[in-house]
Design a protein around this ligand. Structure first.
Ligand SMILES: Nc1ncnc2c1ncn2[C@@H]1O[C@H](COP(=O)(O)OP(=O)(O)OP(=O)(O)O)[C@@H](O)[C@H]1O
Ligand SMILES: [Mg+2]
Length: 229
């Protein structure tokens, strides 16, 4: 079985003023080599689920396995390491460090797992060039366009060669042309050892995944083979 992520009976309850059960006994297996889209109305729990999968948040109960290893949600430092090594994350708003250059934003993410700065810079340069940003690599990230920033975020997510890529509305802040470009890049990142999951409100992009997962009322309403050939 090439299950990269397995969820079993995941429950997530937020205890703010009102208690909300966002995820209600969710079970699902995500396979390596596939791209999944996550759709559902606003508030249906897409970001909540992605934050659990990226080990940023913890579930109220339930089990999560990554690469056949049980995740212990109490081991924050282990989970930080797993995230840094295995998971590349792309957000709607790119979370780049505004006072650092594109190049620095990318290679600094490598230094969290390995100290070889020269190699980190070489690899960052390759990624930046591959994403068509060679003439932007020394610009501060705050000086880049939205589409360029999102390509830098993709380069940053890729710098540690992650097996898992999680993207939460990666094109939510972009115009149609840039959104298509970023999606083209995202789809090209597929390989047989890699799992990609993205949340989107865009039906066209959602249907480009291998499997579309529809969240509603804390459950997976449907998982369908989505890819339009
Ligand atoms: N930290 C939090 N504390 C309390 N409630 C929260 C918290 N984060 C999210 N929620 C609630 O959980 C529900 C799911 O939110 P989530 O952000 O996962 O939805 P979403 O599907 O990503 O929505 P959108 O499409 O708008 O991004 C919402 O009702 C939201 O208000
Ligand atoms: Mg969201």
């Amino acid at each position: 079985m090439n299950n990269m992520i397995e969820l079993k009976n995941i429950i997530k309850i937020y205890n703010s003023k009102k208690k909300i059960k966002v995820l209600n006994r969710l079970s699902f297996s995500f396979k390596a080599g596939k791209i999944y889209s996550l759709v559902g109305p606003s508030g249906s729990g897409k970001s909540t689920l992605l934050n659990l999968l990226s080990l940023i948040d913890i579930p109220t109960s339930g089990n999560l396995r990554i690469s056949n290893r049980n995740i212990d949600f109490n081991s924050k430092s282990d989970n930080d390491k797993i995230r840094a090594k295995k998971i590349g994350i792309i957000y709607q708003d790119n979370n780049l460090l505004p006072d650092f250059t594109a190049m620095e934003n990318v290679y600094l993410a490598r230094l969290s797992i390995e100290e070889n700065k020269k190699k980190a810079m070489e690899d960052a340069k390759k990624l930046i060039n591959n994403l068509g940003l060679s003439n932007r690599s020394n610009h501060l990230s705050s000086e880049l366009s939205g589409g360029e920033m999102q390509r830098v975020s993709i380069a940053r997510a890729l710098i540690n060669s992650p097996d898992i890529i999680l993207a939460d509305e990666p094109t939510g802040s972009l115009d149609t042309t840039n959104a298509k470009e970023v999606f083209k890049i995202l789809l090209r990142l597929k390989n047989k050892n890699r799992l990609i999951i993205f949340a989107t409100h865009n039906r066209y992009f959602a249907n480009m995944a291998d499997c579309k997962i529809e969240l509603n009322s804390g459950k997976i309403k449907r998982a369908t083979n989505a890819r339009i050939k």
